[in-house]
Design a protein around this ligand. Structure first.
Ligand code: ZN
Length: 221
């Protein structure tokens, strides 16, 4: 319902040089927003050509590669091996920087249930439930993520047509319903490690994720 999508505006934009643990460096233009529907502090990182000043980005011929990345404190920051979020984010930043686009960092930890509930769910998984069953056992939906704020951010950035870097068909479906044109969906690699293998298998089986893409084995360092 694009007609009812509340308008968000850009609040601040600031250049932040990035350096990842493996030495990869790039520069992001970090955008903050006013008017996001859930009042959380979501940010967009403009990368590659889209790290330029806003008036210059997004000429009509240029379609940004966009990855909506859901915050995962344990995976993104601490390198948790229970999921593949950290390697997914690292891959996304480099691939977006190569061709130009945005990483939308969405503060919806644990598929939207929050950090503590996610850790509670891990405990239930250690008792034998899979990731979706554990969320249900805690009284949450299998996946509570809502991409309204992602659509709001893209509108504020002047982007109506995007290429989506994702294996999750729900992201493309929600963004399309929210008035964006997804011209292409580009799969991410699968980042397999011994401790996230069953998580990834469950994601493929229960979440209809497209994971028939090249496997990338994580170094076991
Ligand atoms: Zn994660």
């Amino acid at each position: 319902m694009p007609g009812t999508l509340p308008v968000a505006t850009i609040r601040t934009q600031v250049l932040v040089p990035l350096r990842f643990l493996d030495g990869f460096t790039t520069t992001a233009r970090v955008f903050t927003f006013a008017g996001l529907v859930d009042d959380r502090e979501h940010v967009a990182l403009g990368l590659g050509d889209f790290a330029g000043p806003l008036p210059a980005i997004g000429p009509p011929a240029s379609v940004p590669l966009v990855r909506p990345h859901s915050e995962c404190l344990t995976g993104d920051v601490f390198g948790s091996q229970r999921c593949d979020c950290g390697p997914q984010m690292r891959e996304a930043v480099e691939r977006i920087a190569d061709v130009g686009g945005f990483l939308l960092y969405l503060r919806q930890e644990g598929r939207g249930i929050g950090l503590y509930a996610k850790l509670d769910a891990y405990a239930l998984q250690d008792a034998g439930l899979d990731t979706y069953e554990a969320n249900l056992a805690l009284g949450h939906a299998e996946d509570e993520r809502d991409y309204t704020v992602a659509a709001q951010m893209l509108h504020a950035l002047g982007q109506r047509r995007v290429a989506l870097l994702s294996n999750n068909p729900d992201k493309a479906a929600q963004l399309t319903r929210l008035g964006l044109t997804v011209i292409e969906t580009v799969p991410t690699h699968v980042h397999l490690s011994p401790s996230n293998a069953s998580y990834l298998a469950t994601k493929a089986k229960r979440g209809a994720h497209t994971l028939d893409v090249p496997l990338v084995s994580e170094p076991s360092a």
